[in-house]
Design a binder for this molecule. Structure first.
Ligand code: SAM
Ligand code: SF4
Length: 343
């Protein structure tokens, strides 16, 4: 029956929850990956958008139970990049050909709107798209960041199961997370969301709800990450998420939102060698290489062994190797900013 469901998804870009559940339970998922790859090719072509990721602060006021950057984890060394360091990193990335930079951090109040605005305005002089991934802010704060040039914003819902959300985020409010996504969409950001696969007591049915949620908010980007246990967090002794289940969630998101941008996430590569390549062959069309300097990259420890294959090489060597690897699977690095409406 999988074939019938996939045919419906290809023709209508819509599935009932029960149908998504059936796909998620399916043992032979090859057909799902194949269908998602076909849709990716039809709507997005063979170009891969590379987004240079700058992890500019690992200081966080939140306490997400899965994340190594959580406030109560006293065992990691904390850092903040200076504005100059962020701009140096930007300059090198632009010289390497990056057209989008992603500024990511913990929720660090030091970087208030004034500081962030200055940094974004400087980066925008390089004619690159700027994506922010810095957590929850008010509508007015998101508005100010948009006005000074931010183009996109990533904020995963993590899970749409309210009880599970609360069990994972002791100091956060589920409705506020949803409101943030609404604010961002209303302000005209390209808005990215996503979920973690493998949270404790997460059900297949709740993952189906996550996918329907992405469709309902018309997300422009979806990042699916398998959960990876991290030492010195409340979830340190839990099992990691299932790579193939995460891949299925990602592939089904592609079927229902054919023209969006979907990254092959670093967590997929961390969990499985060549996991990002498998993701690129199952619906993904984006990679976010980490271009933070070596010293700080090591300290941004949301989970252990984070990092894509040979990402430890310098950013130029890594980019060259990645380009070659992409060519070997019939894909190539895009030279556009890669907005949803671009191809
Ligand atoms: N602080 C911002 C936020 O939470 O939106 C951005 C940075 S946060 C480190 C980025 C993403 O990392 C989160 O959305 C979460 O899904 C992911 N993450 C954190 N800990 C993880 C873990 N142990 N395994 C997999 N992904 C994790
Ligand atoms: Fe902070 Fe984001 Fe980690 Fe939560 S996921 S602890 S908000 S860095």
């Amino acid at each position: 029956m999988i074939s019938k469901i996939l045919e419906k998804a290809l023709n209508t870009q819509f599935l009932e929850k029960s149908e998504i559940v059936e796909l998620l339970y399916a043992e032979n998922a090859e057909q799902i990956f194949f269908a998602a790859d076909k849709v990716r090719k039809e709507y997005k072509g063979d170009a891969i958008h590379l987004r240079g990721l700058i992890e500019f602060s690992n200081i966080c006021k939140r306490n997400c139970n899965y994340c190594g950057l959580r406030k109560d984890n006293k065992s990691i060394e904390r850092y903040r990049l200076t504005k100059e360091e962020i701009l140096d990193c930007t300059k090198s990335a632009v010289e390497l050909g990056y057209k989008t930079l992603v500024l990511q951090s913990g929720e660090d109040s030091y970087f208030d709107i004034e500081r962030l605005s200055e940094i974004i305005s400087e980066i925008k002089k390089y004619d690159v798209a700027v994506t922010l991934s810095i957590g929850e802010k008010t509508f007015d704060e998101y508005k100010s960041l948009k006005l000074c040039g931010a183009d996109r914003y990533l904020i995963r819902i993590e899970t749409t199961d309210k009880n599970l959300y609360e069990a994972c985020h002791p100091d956060m409010n589920f409705q506020n997370r949803i409101d943030c996504l609404k604010y961002l969409k209303n302000l005209g950001y390209e808005t990215g969301s996503g979920c973690l696969v493998g949270l404790p007591n997460q059900t297949i049915e709740s993952l189906a709800d996550d996918i329907l949620f992405f469709k309902s908010i018309n997300a422009d980007m979806i990042g699916i990450g398998p959960f990876i246990p991290c030492e010195n967090t409340p979830f340190e002794n839990l099992k990691a998420g299932d790579f193939y289940l995460a891949l299925k969630v990602m592939a089904i998101a592609r079927l229902l939102l054919p023209d969006i941008n979907i990254p092959a996430t670093t967590a997929m590569e961390t969990l499985k060698k060549d996991g990002q390549i498998l993701a690129l062959q199952s619906g993904a069309n984006v990679i976010m290489p980490n271009i933070t300097d070596e010293k700080h990259k090591k300290l941004y420890k949301i989970y252990p062994n984070k990092g894509a294959y040979n990402e430890k090489d310098n950013p130029k060597k890594y980019r060259d190797c990645l380009s070659q690897k992409l060519l070997s699977i019939g894909r190539f690095v895009s030279d556009t900013k890669g907005f949803r409406k671009d191809i």
